[in-house]
Design a protein. Structure first.
Length: 504
């Protein structure tokens, strides 16, 4: 059995109930702390009040004794007056009456060694509760004052029943009953108020969260109706400006991106199907004609046509697979320093050997190292050069410069150029601005889209720079500064790039 199953049984699933439970638990801890503090403070203040009552009581008793008056037994505070040379108490009152009159005094008589501050009352075997109940066997705090009989007149001493050389001691007990009673009363009130407060807090939290989540529930209901075929639904954005507004705005943005992605996917599938259908149709027509008239068919020409269309299908399939891999945002494999200068020089030499007479030059002042995958960089530059070769009239110029933390590479041709309104559209997939040209010369319209995706994959950008003559594509990728510093310090020999030549 899973250990988390018992907890799931009692833990509520509703956010409202969980919030109310968490709020009530937190409030219970806070109220318990406040109650503990109030209890201790009330007990302390009640004890201080009891001590003040005892002090007032002992002052009154001393005044009565000095006047030769025997204090009355009825007293709010227990007291006892004892004297040397006397077996019984001179006077007692309060709860001390529970020990019975005429008995030996309970508290010790003066001995000249100081008065005790803590006294222990003996066990009352008569079980006779006094005015304050049976205090026998308890330990209490005592306040005492000594009086010499010499301070009294002979008549006053005789009235009190002590000798002229006796010494009297007045005890007043500080009872904790008042403090305990007040504390218990306060605890009961706090407990009741705390329970009512917890119920009210939990209810308030529950309904507050319920009201706050109403827009969320409306958003959930609406987003549940969104389907892949119709992602045009939008949630209502509250005008309150709180977090729900940000959530609704984010969901609308997400739905808009989903709609754009769905539209782009449908457009991509339609364009890909169209591009795949064209060479298949041409190949099928050629083969059907050849099979229908085999004796009059130029079989080498038919095979050449089929091979050309097959190569076109293969190239298109590779481009589609590469785009699919780029769309998954897969990490770049085998990142290494790549010298873009050496790579551009290799592509320049290859175009010098091409059938079309074009002048392709590479202008660079120093090695330009960028960190990434050499095959992907080669594919990126080849797409740019191939695109320029299809449009150039006579000349293509490749320029490479180290510009701070970036490597800037431009591919400039002297062709007809690109209209300003199409500077971003040219990077879209299956877009050909020269639809009048044949597809064999113009390609499928994926080269620049792949080049931009590869640039973004390596943390760079690919844009169309403004030019009065021809088109100029500008590539900016991060420069491998750490690798260059390490090679300059250690003298590490250059590593071969995808071009097969050592880095300069």
């Amino acid at each position: 059995m899973n250990a988390t199953e018992p907890r799931r049984r009692w833990w509520p699933r509703s956010v409202r109930a969980r919030t109310a439970l968490a709020t009530a638990s937190t409030a219970a801890v806070i109220l318990a702390g406040i109650g503990w503090w109030v209890h201790n403070d009330v007990y302390r203040q009640s004890t201080e009040i009891a001590q003040m009552q005892a002090v007032h009581q002992i002052d009154a008793l001393v005044d009565q004794l000095k006047q030769g008056v025997v204090p009355v037994r009825r007293s709010v505070v227990p007291y006892e007056v004892v004297a040397t040379g006397r077996r019984s108490a001179v006077a007692y009152g309060g709860g001390m009456a529970a020990f019975g009159p005429g008995t030996r005094h309970v508290l010790p008589a003066p001995t000249g060694q100081g008065a005790p501050t803590i006294v222990h009352l003996p066990v009352n075997r008569d079980h006779n509760p006094g005015l304050r109940g049976d205090m026998a066997g308890g330990t209490y705090q005592a306040i005492s004052v000594d009086i010499s009989a010499r301070e009294l007149s002979r008549d006053e001493a005789a009235t009190l029943g002590v000798t002229a050389d006796a010494r009297l001691r007045v005890y007043v007990l500080v009872l904790p009953e008042t403090a305990e009673t007040v504390s218990r009363t306060t605890d009961r009130l706090l407990l009741r108020a705390g329970l009512v407060g917890l119920v009210l807090i939990a209810a308030a939290a529950y309904f507050a969260v319920r009201i706050a989540l109403r827009p969320v529930e409306a958003i959930r209901v609406l987003t549940a109706s969104v389907t892949a075929n119709d992602p045009r639904e939008r949630v209502t954005v509250p005008a309150t400006g709180h977090e729900i507004t940000a959530l609704a705005t984010t969901i609308n943005s997400t739905l808009q991106r989903l709609e754009n992605a769905a539209a782009q996917q449908r457009r991509f599938v339609a364009d890909a199907a169209h591009e795949l259908r064209s060479p298949l149709t041409a190949m099928l027509a050629s083969l059907e004609v050849a099979l229908a008239y085999p004796e009059r068919t130029d079989w080498p020409a038919a095979a050449t046509t089929a091979a050309r269309q097959t190569r076109r299908l293969q190239a298109l399939a590779e481009d589609l697979l590469l785009l699919a891999r780029l769309d998954t945002r897969a990490p770049t494999a085998d990142s290494e320093p790549v010298d873009l200068t050496a790579l551009a020089s290799r592509l320049t030499e290859q175009h010098h050997l091409a059938e079309r007479p074009l002048t392709v030059t590479c202008d660079s002042t120093a090695p330009a190292h960028a960190l990434g995958n050499s095959d992907e960089y080669e594919r990126l530059l080849r797409n740019l050069v191939d695109n320029a070769a299809r449009h150039a009239a006579h000349r293509i110029q490749i320029t490479i410069r180290n510009h701070g933390a970036w490597v800037v590479l431009t591919v400039h041709d002297d062709g007809p150029g690109i209209p300003t309104e199409d500077t971003e559209r040219v990077f879209e997939r299956f877009v050909r601005l020269d639809d009048a040209r044949s597809r064999d010369q113009g390609g499928a319209g994926l080269g620049l889209a792949i080049a931009r995706d590869l640039a973004h994959r390596h943390g760079g950008t690919l844009t169309l720079a403004p030019r009065t003559l021809g088109a100029c594509f500008r590539l900016r990728v991060p420069r491998d500064l750490d690798g260059e510093q390490h090679r300059s310090r250690t003298g590490t020999p250059p590593r071969p790039t995808a071009a097969g030549r050592p880095e300069r």
